[in-house]
Design a protein around this ligand. Structure first.
Ligand SMILES: [Zn+2]
Ligand SMILES: [Zn+2]
Length: 283
């Protein structure tokens, strides 16, 4: 089902909106600006439309990181929100007030947010599971199992190129596997190593929450997904939202690489390290 809730945001504004930003032959530019329990934010842009998925960094930090990849805050057309946890929305109120761009969010998640006094955000409410359009991007949302009020993941389609962003989920339901099938670039959570989590510093209740069906994905679950489900057409798999206490980029790399080798897939593996922005992916 496609529910058109978006509007077209054209490129005829000042600020160099139409400069050549993409390498020849590519349709979309993607950068994971941040991905960890201290902040999540992913940039996806075509020549016409630029969005963020989540705004879990300060406005200033998002501006700096965008500038480092040749983009600007003022060039953004919209922000999509996966769920209301602070590592995904901490920068949203200030960002939305500064830019006055639409915020795509579910009604339940929107109801949890506090906005600056006197400011009315431009909310574009969508129902989890529905699709909508923003400029030349078609977005499909889908429910993910996580301990937030109405959490979602997104697939973004740009002229036939699909980009999946799936963070914060306790397991990978069939519906999520269905939606990310065919993604050319998939950003997926690889939150923790189960053994590190068990002996790590978190209180037992938090450990149970993280390991639970509405918690976060372990390296083992990601490995299983690669072995059994990853689409052979996925050219790049970006693993992110690594716990800084209960995981290590080298462990993620090792586990995922082993699974990819067993499948004999040519998929390129990238581990998004906590507190660093990723390379720029040209899709
Ligand atoms: Zn998170
Ligand atoms: Zn969360």
């Amino acid at each position: 089902m496609i529910f058109i809730a978006g509007k077209c945001y054209h490129t005829d504004e000042p600020g160099g909106r139409v400069e050549a930003r993409l390498q020849e032959g590519t349709i979309a530019k993607v950068c994971v600006l941040a991905s960890s329990s201290s902040g999540n934010c992913t940039f996806i842009g075509t020549d016409r439309t630029r969005i963020l998925v989540d705004a879990g960094l300060s406005r200033k930090e998002i501006a700096l990181r965008l500038a480092s990849i040749g983009e600007a805050l003022e060039g953004l057309d919209a922000v999509l929100i996966t769920h209301e946890h602070s590592d995904h929305v901490s920068g949203l109120p200030v960002l939305a007030r500064a830019l006055r761009i639409p915020v795509y969010i579910t009604r339940l998640a929107a109801g949890t947010l506090a906005w600056p006094a006197g400011f009315t955000p431009k909310l574009e409410i969508f129902q989890a599971g529905c699709g909508f359009a923003i400029g030349d991007l078609r977005i499909q949302s889908f429910t993910v199992p996580h301990d937030a009020i109405d959490p979602v993941g997104f697939c973004v389609d740009a002229d036939g190129v699909r980009i999946g962003v799936v963070m914060d989920l306790g397991y990978i339901p069939e519906s999520v596997k269905y939606h990310v099938r065919g993604a050319r670039l998939l950003v997926l959570e690889a939150n923790h190593d189960v053994e590190m989590l068990k002996v790590g510093p978190y209180p037992w209740a938090v450990k149970q929450r993280v390991m639970g069906r509405r918690g976060h994905l372990s390296n083992d679950v990601v490995s299983e997904f690669i072995l059994e489900e990853l689409d052979g057409g996925t050219r790049t798999l970006v693993l992110g939202h690594l716990s800084e206490h209960n995981n290590h980029p080298e462990i993620v790399r090792l586990v995922a690489d082993q699974a990819l080798r067993r499948r004999a897939l040519a998929t390129r593996l990238v581990v998004a390290e906590p507190r660093r922005l990723s390379e720029v992916f040209q899709c």
